[in-house]
Each structure stands twice: as structure tokens, then as C-alpha cells.
Design a protein around this ligand. Structure first.
Ligand code: UD1
Length: 380
């Protein structure tokens, strides 16, 4: 098992450069196979999930060339296999984007049921509902999501719940459907916009990404493009909160400050200084932290992916903080480790009460999921 040994107590001071957004990259790498021409993608984060996805794309026949650690060239014209399944792809969440991509282009896809962090039920019913509305037969058998269509036809889709994955997946398939699709109650996250921009740069016709109504007019073919992925707002937020937790002074570079507003606002509220530049944010924490309330919500609300990190930070805030998690039902796994380190946290369903303590102490703790691990690192 991978371990980190951390000697805490030092303020973090300095500058850090943020990489490309993982959650945008996973969708964009999948969408890249939707053209038979060559696509070059820059600012791809070099992390496990993107590498697993690239290997899976290669396994079904696409040509994948890694030009450097963060640049990939993909050609999807050699794909002959529509079945994506291996022991690694089963573990990642974003394998589901290959359903939308392959279904859009080839009208068929068989993809291993998505895995991902254990933070609740994480169904994919909305993705399936969207594909069915476009005219596909979709079922789950033998551990695969299987989708087939004679043809896809544009339609009106209302998402019962705001879902990033379903919005992007339906948007991809609809890009190559016949006619016009309207997605209502769409997710507005920056990476939804990034994927739409990427598809549009390949010749798709998508309007309204970033609002809750997305309109897509299907096209027959997509073409070559060169595209650079947006910075990762969660990676940036992680460093911002780590600066605050260690009473540090960190400038987070290569970010889009607008995407970080919910995080900046919380930091200001609890007594940190946040300075915004064109493509950087500086966080200085010199005063004691004040208490706050936070509710996770889809963008532009406070991101659920930052909630574990914020909890780590608030263990040191003066007074009683209340955290409500409205997006995923089981996303307080970091609390156990934080309590081992001396935090005072009480959980009741989707709400957590955090009573500030003077300091945390080193302990052996276990990261149960990705953001839980980041929260524990931050606390440590
Ligand atoms: C993506 C991100 C994840 C982030 C989350 C919310 C990736 C790979 N992961 O996850 O880091 O925490 O967005 O910003 O991009 N839901 C359904 N049915 C569905 C789909 C979703 O009920 O078919 C529910 C989920 O259980 C959850 C909510 O909708 O309660 C939002 O989920 P969604 O936005 O789809 O998250 P993911 O795409 O899984």
C-alpha cells in the first residue's frame, strides 16, 4: 500500500503551478476518438485515471501518441472494437464517457460499469435515460453498459438531477445525432463548458454550455483540432486550503480565478486574505480562522470535491462549523482520520458538525477515497 510520511507544522510558503483539469481531461480524451482525424490535446494531467483511459482507448484500436508528459495526440480512425473492459477501466468513474463518445460516433458501445471513489450510490440512470431518449437501446449485462442504436435522433431531455457526468455524456452523443437536442437542468461546471468548447473546436454545434439549458445541433462528422485543457479548479482549491490550514502564503498560478470564487469566498469569510490576479490567486493566512457554514452544491455553489478539504481546514476554526453535503450521500470518510488526529467532528446523515480544536496531532490514518486522501494530507 502506498504511504506518505508527513512531518507537519510548517507553513506552506511559495508558488505552485496548477495542471489541467482531470475531470475535463477524462471527457475530452474520450471525445477525441469521435473524429477519424488527428486530435492534439495539451495540458493533460499525468494521473492514473487519464493513463488508464488512454490505455483503454488504445486497446480498442485508437492510435495514442504521448508527445510529452502533458500532450497527447489521438487518432480514432482505427477503432474496430466497441467493447471497453479491463481490470483498470473498471475502477475508474469516467469510463462512462466512452459510452457517449462511441455511441455518438459508431452508434454502439459496450463499456465496463464505472467504478470510482466510494462516496455514495453513484448511479448512471440519468446517462442511460439520455441515451434512450436519443433512440438507443441501453442495458446493463455481464458487468457492461451496452448501448446500441440504428440512429440517434435529437430530442428534448430534462435531467431530474444536476449531473456533470450525464450532461457531458449526453452532449457528446447528441453532437453526432440527427437534429436538435436540448438538455434542460444541465450541469454548469467549468469542465462542462470545456468539453463543449473542445467538441465545438472539432466542428460540433453546441450552444449554452455553462447555463442550465444546452442546445446541440447534431453534425455528421467531427474533424481534427488542437486543444488545451482548462486548469484544475480542485487541485487549485486544494493548495489554497492547504495554505490556509498551515498559516501559509501560497500563490496558485495558472488558474481561472472565476472558477475558484466559491472557495475564495469561504476563505475570506473565515479570515484569510485572498488576492486575485489575471491567472493566479494568492492566499495568505495570518489570523486565527473563524467558523462558518457550508453547503455543497453544483457549480457555481461550493464544490463537493472540495468539501473534505474544507472540513480538514475547519477542524482548526474557532467555534462550531456546520457542513451539509447535498451532492453525494457518503462523503465524510475523511472525518474518521481527522478525528484520529485530534479533530472534534460529529456526523448526522449528510450533516457534519465541526467543533474547532487548537491543533491536530500526527497519527496513522487511511485515505478511503481520492479527496479524503487530499484532506488528510492537508491536515497532516
Ligand atoms: C463528477 C466528478 C466528481 C464530482 C462530481 C460532482 C468526474 C470523473 N467526477 O462525478 O469528481 O464530485 O462530478 O461535481 O468527473 N446521479 C444520479 N444519476 C446519474 C448520475 C448522477 O442520480 O445518472 C447523482 C449522483 O449520485 C450524485 C449527483 O447526481 O448524487 C451528481 O453526480 P454527478 O454530477 O453525475 O457526478 P459524477 O459525474 O459521478
Amino acid at each position: 500500500m502506498e504511504q506518505y510520511v508527513i512531518k507537519g507544522g510548517n507553513p506552506l510558503v511559495g508558488e505552485v503551478e496548477i495542471g489541467g483539469a482531470k475531470n475535463a481531461a477524462l471527457a475530452i480524451l474520450s471525445a477525441a476518438v469521435m473524429t477519424d482525424e488527428t486530435v492534439t490535446i495539451e495540458n493533460v494531467p499525468n494521473v492514473r485515471d487519464t493513463n488508464v483511459l488512454l490505455n483503454a482507448i488504445e486497446e480498442i484500436g485508437a492510435r495514442v501518441e504521448r508527445l510529452d508528459a502533458h500532450t497527447v495526440r489521438i487518432n480514432g480512425s482505427f477503432i474496430r472494437d466497441f467493447n471497453v473492459d479491463n481490470e483498470f477501466i473498471r475502477k475508474i468513474r469516467a469510463s462512462y464517457y466512452l459510452i457517449g463518445a462511441l455511441l455518438g460516433k459508431y452508434k454502439r458501445a459496450e463499456v465496463a460499469l464505472p467504478g470510482g471513489c466510494n462516496i455514495g450510490g453513484r448511479p448512471i440512470d440519468l446517462h442511460m435515460k439520455g441515451f434512450r431518449a436519443l433512440g438507443a437501446d441501453v442495458d446493463i449485462k455481464y458487468g457492461l453498459v451496452r448501448a446500441y442504436a440504428e440512429k440517434l435522433t435529437g430530442t428534448h431531455i430534462y435531467l431530474d438531477k444536476v449531473s456533470v457526468g450525464a450532461t457531458i455524456n449526453i452532449m457528446m452523443a447528441a453532437s453526432m445525432a440527427e437534429g436538435k437536442t436540448i438538455i434542460e437542468n444541465a450541469a454548469k461546471e467549468p469542465h462542462v463548458v470545456d468539453v463543449a468548447n473542445f467538441l465545438n473546436s472539432m466542428g460540433a454545434n453546441i450552444r449554452g454550455a455553462g447555463t442550465d439549458v444546452i442546445r446541440i445541433v447534431g453534425v455528421e462528422k467531427l474533424h481534427a483540432t488542437e486543444y488545451s485543457i482548462i486548469p484544475d479548479q480542485i487541485e487549485a482549491g486544494t493548495f489554497m486550503l492547504a495554505a490556509a490550514a498551515t498559516k501559509g502564503d501560497v500563490t496558485v498560478k495558472n488558474v481561472i480565478p472565476k472558477h475558484l470564487e466559491a472557495i475564495s469566498a469561504k476563505l475570506l469569510e473565515i479570515g484569510c486574505e485572498v488576492e486575485e490576479f489575471d491567472d493566479a490567486v494568492r492566499v495568505v493566512a495570518s489570523k486565527p480562522l473563524r467558523h462558518t457554514q457550508v453547503t455543497t452544491l453544483p457549480y457555481p455553489g461550493f464544490p463537493t470535491d472540495m468539501q473534505p478539504l474544507l472540513m480538514a481546514l475547519l477542524t482548526l476554526a474557532k467555534g462550531h462549523c456546520m457542513i451539509s453535503e447535498t451532492v453525494f450521500e457518503a462523503r465524510f470518510s475523511q472525518a474518521e482520520g481527522l478525528c484520529r488526529m485530534g479533530a472534534d467532528i460529529r456526523i448526522a446523515g449528510r450533516r457534519a458538525s465541526v467543533f474547532g480544536v487548537e491543533r491536530l496531532f500526527g497519527a496513522e490514518v487511511f485515505a478511503k477515497d481520492l479527496r479524503c486522501g487530499a484532506a488528510l494530507l492537508c491536515a497532516a
